[in-house]
Every structure is written in structure tokens, then in C-alpha cells.
Design a protein around this ligand. Sequence first.
Ligand SMILES: [Mg+2]
Length: 199
Amino acid sequence: MDLNNYSALANATNLPDSQQFKFCTDPVAYETARPVMSFLRRTLAKVAFNASLVDQVKRHLFYQEKFRLALTPEDFRTSSILPAVAMRRDRTDFLHGVIGAITEAGELAEILDSFLVGTHADDKPMSELVNKTHVMEEVGDVMWYLPLIAKSCGFSLNEAAAANIRKLRARYPDGFNELAAQFRDLAVELEKLDEQPKG
Ligand SMILES: [Mg+2]
């Protein structure tokens, strides 16, 4: 499955324009959502901050930079539960891939945080409200780490994409709806993820 195919199939389970999110069209729903968005901003700041800490770990472990953050006695005490043997390449790729995806997602969190300040009511396309080149860069950065995770665990990104589409089709057989999003049959979804593709 190529990336364009995957995007089209994944988007088919997005909310259609005819059923816009309530807070887009209803001023009362929007007022109710505003404090939740403030909560989101507060949380995004923590996500971005923690992702920057994870980035320091990544730079130390993989790019030979000095680790400058303070370690606590707890870090030394709990380090004894980690494996004593040096890690193999698949382990280090998995570690690198996951912490890299987290740090790049943290950069997207920062972009979202800036976007949320004072621009909601602006009637302009997204490409004029955010720095498109910057967003594209971070999306590409996240995408750099995904094959690393997939390869380390022995699956391809094609397999992950196909499994995700099977899962979404099980969740939304008639297209996206809020009830199906809230009340998911996790057992059926798991079955679809594990299913071997036909043909
Ligand atoms: Mg980046």
C-alpha cells in the first residue's frame, strides 16, 4: 500500500464535513470547549517539555552528546532492574525509534500550542495559520523514526498500514460515527490487527 492510498483509506474513516465537530458550528459548544482547550495548552507545554528531556537522552545515547540533566538517587537505585548485557542492534533501533518519535511529536505539540493562541476564529486555511514548511519538517521527522521501530520488531510499514485499515474498517463499517468511536469492540479490533492479509 503506498502512502497516498493509505492516506485516502485512513481519511475515509474521518468525520465527514456534513457532520462537523460540534464546537466548530455551535457557539455554546465552543464556549464549553474553551476551558478544555486551555487545559490542552497546559498539557501540551508539559508534553513539549518532557519530550525535550527525552531528546537529551536521545542525543546522549545515540549522538554521543554529554548528558547534562541531573540524575537522582532514584535513577541509580532503579537502574539495577535494567538488563546487565549490552543491547543488540534491534534493541537499540527500537529504543532510538520510539524515543525519536516522542521527541518529534513533542515538536508538533509546540507548534499546536502556538497555533491555539488567538487564531481559532480566523477564517484562513491552516497553511496560513502555521508555518507549513515547519509542520512538514516535523511530520517528516516523525516518519523517519517509524521504519526504525517497524524494522526492529520485524514488520514493514506496509503491514502496519494494512493492519490499521483492517482495524478501522472493523471499528467503522459504515464510516466514522461518534458512538462507534466511544464504544469500540477491542477484541474484534485485535483480531483484525493480527489477521493475515489475503492474496
Ligand atoms: Mg524535528
